[in-house]
Design a protein around this ligand. Structure first.
Ligand SMILES: [Fe+2]
Ligand SMILES: [Fe+2]
Length: 199
């Protein structure tokens, strides 16, 4: 179940200043939760994992297998939450969106410290430099790629032939609901699961 009461207004993701594919939401509580959860390495029961991964195509499964253990755990958490709380929605493009919305992070594979630095730089408004940084080298390149992970994820899913709505969700999942191009009902479930807001 969603933790919000039916009809309760959801705070738009990312607030008004964040645009699709351009800027990541601030979400300090979300970021803090995700940051501390990144220290937990989860071993997911294969019996639970298998049905969650079953809808992926071969190309999508190859992408999924690129995840670090931490991002893999997050992806499975999101998919599991959607599957448990909205089983009817877990079909078509939604499993791909749940499991692979953060797939762009595999392009940089930053360590925890680099993620923290990138997050702080994002908070401080340095995201417009990300494209240039991603052409650089070393840690600067890693940070640049990490800050562009939504665009990169959309590109990876498009190359894999994924449903256009899953491609869109990779790009839009930190953007305000007002600019989503995916079905809003599905987007709300995915967003709530991504934010850890489902029971
Ligand atoms: Fe994300
Ligand atoms: Fe996520």
């Amino acid at each position: 179940m969603l933790t919000r009461a039916p009809g309760q207004q959801r705070v738009p993701r990312g607030q008004a200043q964040h645009e699709v594919g351009h800027s990541m939401k601030l979400q300090p509580a979300h970021r803090a939760r995700r940051f501390f959860s990144s220290f937990r390495r989860r071993d997911v029961d294969p019996a639970i994992e298998a049905p969650l991964l079953a809808p992926l195509t071969t190309s999508e499964r190859e992408l999924f297998d690129r995840f670090s253990p931490y991002d893999r755990g997050h992806a499975l958490d999101v998919a599991s939450a959607v599957h448990r709380h909205a089983p009817d929605a877990y079909q078509d493009w939604v499993p791909t969106a749940a499991l692979l919305h953060d797939i762009g992070k595999t392009a940089s594979d930053p360590g925890t410290l680099t993620r923290v630095v990138a997050t702080i730089l994002d908070w401080l408004g340095f995201r417009p430099h990300a494209a240039r940084w991603s052409e650089s080298s070393g840690t600067v390149k890693t940070i640049g790629l990490y800050l562009r992970y939504q665009e990169i994820g959309a590109e990876l899913l498009a190359e894999a032939g994924s449903d256009r709505r899953a491609v869109a969700w990779a790009l839009e999942h930190h953007s305000p609901e007002s600019v989503w191009t995916v079905p809003v009902a599905d987007g709300r479930i995915l967003a709530a699961a991504d934010d850890g807001m489902l029971d």
